[in-house]
Design a protein around this ligand. Structure first.
Ligand SMILES: Nc1ncnc2c1ncn2[C@@H]1O[C@H](COP(=O)(O)OP(=O)(O)OP(=O)(O)O)[C@@H](O)[C@H]1O
Ligand SMILES: [Mg+2]
Length: 449
């Protein structure tokens, strides 16, 4: 059942309950009022007759006094007085006032007020009348109460209907934006994050709409970030492959070529019966070329692996990294200062990655003449700093893009450390700093194991 239908039903139920309660209370009150009013009327009439009976012995014209008493009750709303003779005949009687409105039979039956008759014996002075009858009749009182009650109930009904109709109108208006909200949630669930709702309606609903808009905007941003990240990753993978091809070509290819040339010359020398010492020189050259090729392959592997090469420590890995950068950029001065330490594989990998990214950034985005790398062991924390004098940032922070610095910060802060990027003054450049507490990294490593 819809929310609106539930509200309508609840209001209707409340209305019926209020009306029933009102009717029940009215009924109880009406019964009491009828009884009290009729009893009072009976008292007045009985008093009047009793006073007449007491005055009759001294009366000069008892018949006229009796007639006058009867006539005073003409038009009374509740009481009729009847004078009865010895044969039970009515000799005189007053006329009851007619009820001014008709009363539904069910109401009369509901109240069912009793008609009471009081008989008062008269004296010899009143002959031929022997008794006076005081008859109390509830018809007028019931009609009066019906009039009041009907008005009250009509007012109550009008009030209840008005309240219900206006309440439902307000609720229907307030609930109207909910349809838009639920369809917005549905579309967001389907992946459509471009949806924006009009901020309208009562403050609570407007707040909801604002919340949905903010959520959709954030999801939209996240989707865009994810797309950008995916593009960046695939670009990086392409770049890495291209670099690997270049490295293999430039660093390994020449040595293989040298081995080929030397092997061919050994063969020629052997066929020509040359001096064995010459052949020994050639084989020595082949050994050296193979050694260089092996070293280059190791360097390439060092760049491909995320962290440390097996068997190499932090110091050697960073030296390899700096050597490779020097070989490619002979005009730039690289200084490396690493304190020998063993912070564990996770922190070592983090430091190597961060230093490599910071050095690459300096080479890619600036024009440095000097890049300084420093890794220090503070006992309970290890810190790294990579500074360059390449000219500093070319764009303000919000417009830079890229994921290198973000990734660095996430990795360092993920291990409970702190990370900062600052722009240096003279000479202008960028300085990256990170510090990772060793205890936290150790605990994390143990938890993972
Ligand atoms: N040493 C630096 N000198 C000058 N500008 C820098 C330096 N390091 C970073 N930047 C600027 O900050 C931006 C963000 O660097 P970040 O490493 O996060 O991304 P990126 O290098 O552009 O891309 P990638 O995600 O491939 O690393 C760079 O695009 C560049 O504009
Ligand atoms: Mg970068």
């Amino acid at each position: 059942m819809s929310l609106f239908a539930r509200l309508a039903l609840t209001l209707a139920g409340a209305m019926v309950a209020v009306l029933l309660l009102g009717a029940a209370l009215g009924y109880v009150k009406a019964g009491e009022e009828v009884r009290a009013e009729l009893e009072a009327a009976r008292g007045v009439a009985v008093n009047a007759v009793t006073r007449l009976i007491a005055a009759l012995p001294a009366s000069r014209n008892p018949e006229a006094d009796i007639a006058s008493l009867v006539s005073t009750f003409n038009g009374d709303r509740h009481v009729r007085i009847l004078m009865i003779d010895a044969f039970g005949q009515v000799r005189a009687q007053s006329a009851l006032a007619e009820p001014d409105r008709s009363v539904p039979g069910f109401f009369v039956a509901l109240l069912s007020p009793a008609q009471t008759t009081t008989i008062l014996p008269m004296t010899v002075r009143s002959a031929p009348i022997v008794a006076a009858m005081v008859v109390v009749m509830p018809a007028n009182e019931v009609a009066e109460i019906w009039g009041g009650l009907a008005l009250d109930l009509a007012l109550l009904l009008v009030f209840a209907v008005l309240t219900a109709v206006l309440g439902l109108l307000v609720v229907r208006r307030a609930l109207r934006p909910l349809g838009g909200l639920s369809s917005a949630f549905h579309r967001i669930g389907q992946g459509d994050t471009r949806i924006r709702l009009a901020v309208e309606g009562p403050p609570e609903v407007a707040r909801l709409a604002r919340g949905v808009n903010a959520m959709a905007e954030r999801l939209d941003g996240l989707a865009r970030d994810r797309q950008r990240l995916a593009e960046q990753l695939s670009r990086l993978a392409d770049e890495e492959r291209a670099e690997l091809a270049r490295d293999l070509h430039d660093d390994v290819g020449p040595f293989l070529f040298a081995v080929d040339v030397d092997a061919a010359s050994i063969r020629r020398l052997a066929e020509a019966g040359a001096d064995p010492s010459e052949i020994v020189d050639r084989t020595e050259a082949i050994r050296q070329a193979a050694g260089h090729a092996r070293l280059q392959v190791r360097k390439i592997l060092g760049q491909l692996r995320p962290g440390i090469l097996p068997g190499l420590g932090l110091v050697e890995t960073l030296e390899h990294l700096v050597d490779a950068a020097r070989a490619r950029h002979p005009a730039i001065a690289f200084t490396l200062s690493v304190e020998d330490c063993d912070p564990g594989a996770a922190v070592e990998a983090l430091v190597v990655r961060a230093v490599r990214e910071a050095v690459n950034n300096a080479l890619r985005h600036g024009h440095p003449r000097h890049v300084a790398i420093r890794v220090a062991d503070g006992g309970d924390a290890i810190s790294f700093r990579v500074s360059d004098d390449g000219g500093g940032f070319s764009r303000p922070e919000g417009e830079r893009g890229g994921y290198g610095l973000i990734g660095m910060r996430e990795r360092v802060e993920g291990l409970g450390g702190r990370f900062s990027v600052t722009e240096t003054g003279i000479p202008a450049g960028v300085s990256i700093f990170g510090e990772v507490p060793l205890a936290a990294a150790e605990a994390r490593r143990e938890a993972a194991e």
